[in-house]
Design a protein around this ligand. Structure first.
Ligand SMILES: *Cc1c(COP(=O)(O)O)cnc(C)c1O
Length: 289
């Protein structure tokens, strides 16, 4: 049995059905989260669930659960599915109602679905680094919302995939914003730079954790936007996300970043990040080094 959550109930995956006029399906009208599971435990669950409620608020979608209630439900599903190493995905849409752009009445309840999935740590990419390309950021101006509308993101990722790249680094004109599904940071002379948490990027939980780690360990970090030129001359570049953790980017548009191998700051951040995971979730079954 593989259990999923449909509107707060646990049911067998194949039994889960949503309405053909669900607004998530018709308009991408909803918000979502992905949380990592290590050793059967969620990592930074509170932060993710708070962001989920926050994303909901930003689109006037009232999620009728508290962080604590959601956490309990997800923990139960993880246990039921005996999920040790993977992710839990959840989304809330504005519910099902006859197609009309304007929001439906308050009687229409949001639709809540969630599932677990096995996912290894991408140890190979984390150790060796990955390739990226550059792409103009064509998305809307509320990238701070983890919205189900991901057309700009998926089109960017597809371009990367077609070119044998792992990620697409987006830029608005000269300014680097973020990856298609990750945040981007550069290291220059030992200092980490990453785009500030404005409406132009999704404020990643991994990104925030990295900033905390920097502050706690005397690694200089600055939340300020950098340019394409800054990216080109960076000593190190890395991407961060729930699934990819901290992955070095060692080649951009066919040119090596710095020495072309993962740099010392990126590596020590990876090690410190792994320690953070172990603090919350216990000993890592698959270690990076
Ligand atoms: C989810 C996401 C990220 C990474 O956020 P995490 O909380 O670290 O997983 C970065 N950018 C975009 C566009 C995202 O959707």
């Amino acid at each position: 049995m593989e259990y999923v959550i449909l509107n707060g109930e646990f049911i067998e995956r194949s039994e889960a059905k949503v309405d053909i006029e669900d607004r998530g399906y018709q308009f991408g009208d909803g918000v979502y989260e992905v949380i990592r599971i290590y050793n059967g435990k969620m990592f930074t669950a509170d932060e993710h669930l708070e962001r989920l409620l926050d994303s909901g608020k930003k689109i006037d979608l009232n999620i009728p659960y508290t962080v604590g209630e959601l956490k309990q439900l997800l923990e139960k599903m993880i246990l039921k599915n005996k999920m040790e190493l993977g992710i839990v995905y959840m989304q809330f849409t504005r519910g099902a109602s006859p197609r009309n752009h304007a929001y439906p009445g308050a009687d229409v309840l949001p639709a809540f679905t969630a599932y677990t999935r096995k996912a290894e740590r991408p140890v190979d990419s984390m150790k060796n680094g990955v390739k990226a390309l550059l792409i103009e950021d064509i998305r809307w101006l509320r990238c701070d919302i983890k919205s189900l509308n991901l057309l700009g993101n998926i089109m960017a990722k597809q371009k990367a995939a077609q070119s044998g790249c792992y990620e697409a680094i987006q830029h608005r004109g000269d300014t680097v914003t973020e990856g298609s599904s990750s945040n981007i940071a550069i290291v220059k002379e030992g200092k980490v730079y990453t785009h500030p948490a404005t409406n132009l990027i999704l404020n990643g939980i991994t990104r925030r954790k990295i900033n905390e780690i920097c502050h706690e360990n005397g690694i200089a970090v600055e939340e300020s936007a950098f340019t394409l030129e800054g990216l080109k001359h960076a000593d190190e570049v890395f991407m961060s996300s729930t699934s990819a953790e901290i992955t070095p980017i060692t080649e951009i548009e066919g040119k090596p970043v710095g020495s072309g191998t993962p740099g010392p700051v990126t590596k020590s951040l990876q090690d410190l990040f792994e320690k953070e995971i172990e603090k919350q979730c216990g000993n890592m079954p698959v270690k990076l080094r």
